[in-house]
Design a protein around this ligand. Structure first.
Ligand SMILES: [Zn+2]
Length: 244
């Protein structure tokens, strides 16, 4: 589906604003162009733990700084973080830490919230977030899928939790416990599209318009009305990313 139609369908489903997430030098350029073209689209810039392997961290820092300043619509740094999986030919944990640390510092310097990707990286993620000092540090743990214990650590740092289509999966019982417990002021909703479609679209491409299905699930789990969940999700997102 072309971007025009994806955005139009999202708007029709009630999605007023979108933040398109950068994960590599090339992706960052794509989301910058998208936000230049559409008033309702904002973007982040970031380097995913296993992207742009042929660049050293100082080079990536220079490129990110240029990209932050390019559109005037960069609202966050990420996604960045730690990904410890059997990724073939990816960065070592040590290199991932150096890359993440650079992006944490950049977020603080530019007063931009971090969009954190965390897969099996609790220990290094919290160590790095704490070691760089917390005098100005904001952000979100995106596609949250860990335990309540981990959720509390993020909330203690003032970080938001972001829920996506995987909250609708039958196996996601412990995740729904986190959804139930998170304060209404501390969650946001996302799709992670084109990945992680909600249960009813599983195996297919995910789209921004399906964020409504995530909202319906969260409303049901938290025993709130859909309108209330939409309102909190919208206001929390605008507050975190300073959207006007
Ligand atoms: Zn991610």
């Amino acid at each position: 589906m072309p971007p025009d139609q994806i955005i139009k369908e999202a708007n029709l489903a009630g999605v007023e604003k979108m933040i398109s997430i950068g994960t590599s030098i090339k992706d960052n350029e794509d989301v910058i162009s998208l936000s230049d073209k559409y008033a309702c689209v904002f973007h982040t810039v970031g380097i995913y733990p296993h992207d742009d392997l042929d660049h050293e961290v100082p080079d990536l820092k220079e490129i990110l700084i240029k990209q932050i300043n390019k559109s005037g619509k960069a609202v966050g740094i990420g996604e960045c973080g730690i990904d410890v999986t059997n990724w073939k030919g990816g960065r070592s944990l040590e290199d991932q830490e150096a890359l993440f640390e650079m992006q944490i510092k950049l977020a603080k310097e530019y007063r931009l919230p971090l969009v954190i990707h965390n897969r099996n990286g609790d220990a290094p993620v919290f160590k790095l977030l704490n070691d760089t000092g917390v005098e100005w540090l904001r952000g979100v743990s995106h596609c949250f899928s860990s335990s309540w214990e981990t959720a509390e650590k993020f909330l203690d740092l003032g970080f938001y939790l972001s829920f996506s289509g995987n909250t609708t999966y039958p196996s996601a019982k412990s995740l729904r416990e986190v959804v139930k417990k998170v304060p209404l002021e501390m969650f946001i909703l996302e799709t992670d599209s084109p990945y992680l479609p909600p249960q009813e679209h599983r195996g297919k491409i995910n789209y921004p318009k399906y964020v409504k299905i995530v909202a319906e699930e969260v409303a049901q789990v938290k025993q709130k009305s859909l309108e209330e969940i939409e309102k909190f999700s919208y206001e929390n997102t605008c507050r975190l990313f300073n959207l006007l």
